[in-house]
Write a protein that binds this ligand. Structure first.
Ligand code: 5GP
Ligand code: MN
Length: 343
């Protein structure tokens, strides 16, 4: 298969067969990546609803780590499929993984790749390591939900409003509400198919993107107030960064997921190509989000530091102090330059 190409017809056929050939009471375990975002959860729940439509009864969805669904996603259809990771089937007939570029994104559930009868991987990361028995990986797809929609169609599952809402949340999340480069005519055509089921984009978008607790508004103010701009970094293309600690969350009585939206406020900075938010997850652990406007391939930075992602959006797990984590990023920016610095 040429690099960068989507799934082959053989791979599509193998994925369809994996579902079609399930035993009558086959158990299916759906897993999306740790700290699930809209694409991970939406893709997984849409596929779950599709399998339910096909009559699959023994069906569970989960993700590694604490079983806490971020508030914006608590209205998603199909949430009744969700179980804590501890209640995932130990040896399902079929496991399906969503939006995970590598096995490490499955956390403590990684062993299901071995214990399951068949492991099917649905993803759109160019860095995907093809860790399933059957892999549907399309690096040109704007979201994993694009792959899910096609597989559901090939399985003969019609789009209903529930499936459409999940897919719409996934698609609009990963395209930044249809603003990013990946927003092709095909993406808008898919959005049109989803909207035709009668789902309400205004309500959905307000819930997903434009609602947060007042405590989070004040927390954002504090964290944005300590942002630093380094114009000389990244060969003169500039770096802007900030951080949030567990203590910040405690003082404002907020849950960690509220910090996911922070990067969108930081990456507005005109003077920096690369933006970064360093979010504390433990005494020595940091979840790092990076964004680029194109001069730097942030997935190269992330991979060099043990993570992954895409050219314009990537992340990794950092250790040490904030300064050490930012220092490690700064040190990788030069090697990740796509275009030379300004003269
Ligand atoms: P975000 O900053 O929104 O959490 O993630 C941006 C992109 O980077 C996503 O596509 C995600 O797949 C990837 N990413 C974020 N954190 C990690 C990580 O710790 N490991 C890997 N492999 N990828 C990550
Ligand atoms: Mn995705």
């Amino acid at each position: 298969m040429p690099p960068g190409a989507g799934p082959t017809e053989v791979e599509w056929a193998a994925a369809v067969a994996a579902v079609r050939d399930l035993p009558p009471d086959g158990r299916v375990q759906l897993i999306c990546h740790v700290n699930p975002d809209g694409d991970a959860l939406g893709s997984m729940l849409a596929f779950g609803l599709g399998l339910r439509h096909r009559g699959v009864r023994q069906l569970r969805a989960t993700f590694p780590g604490p079983p806490e669904v971020p508030e914006p996603f608590r209205g998603l259809p199909g949430l009744d499929l969700l179980v804590p990771a501890t209640e995932a089937y130990p040896d399902p007939d079929l496991v399906v993984c969503f939006d995970a570029a590598s096995e490490s994104r499955l956390g403590e559930l990684v062993d299901r790749l071995e214990t399951a009868g068949t492991a099917l991987v649905l993803d759109h990361h160019a860095s995907n390591t093809r860790f399933g028995g059957v892999n549907l990986v399309d690096p040109h797809a704007a979201a994993t939900s694009v792959v899910v929609e096609e597989l559901l169609a090939r399985l003969g599952v019609p789009l209903d409003a529930g499936i459409a809402e999940c897919l719409y949340v996934a698609l609009s999340t990963d395209t930044g509400s249809f603003r990013f480069e990946a927003t092709t005519p095909a993406v808008h055509a898919m959005a049109a198919r989803l909207l035709a089921t009668g789902i309400r984009p205004g309500d959905i978008s307000r819930r997903i993107f434009d609602t947060r607790p007042f405590g989070a508004v004040r927390l954002f103010g504090e964290v944005l107030g300590r942002a630093r701009l380094e114009p000389a970094a990244a060969g003169g293309h500039g770096l802007v960064w900030t951080y949030a600690t567990l203590d910040d969350l405690t003082r404002h009585d907020q849950r960690p997921y509220v910090l996911e939206a922070l990067i969108d406020s930081v990456r507005c900075t005109a003077e920096a190509d690369v933006s970064c938010v360093v979010k504390q997850t433990g005494p020595d652990g940091w979840a790092v989000s990076m964004r680029s406007k194109g001069a730097v391939d942030v997935s190269r930075v992330a991979v060099a530091l043990g993570g992954g992602g895409h050219r314009f959006a990537a992340g990794f797990t950092g250790h040490g102090t904030v300064e050490e984590v930012v220092g490690s990023i700064r040190a990788e920016l030069g090697a990740a330059l796509v275009t030379p610095g300004p003269a």
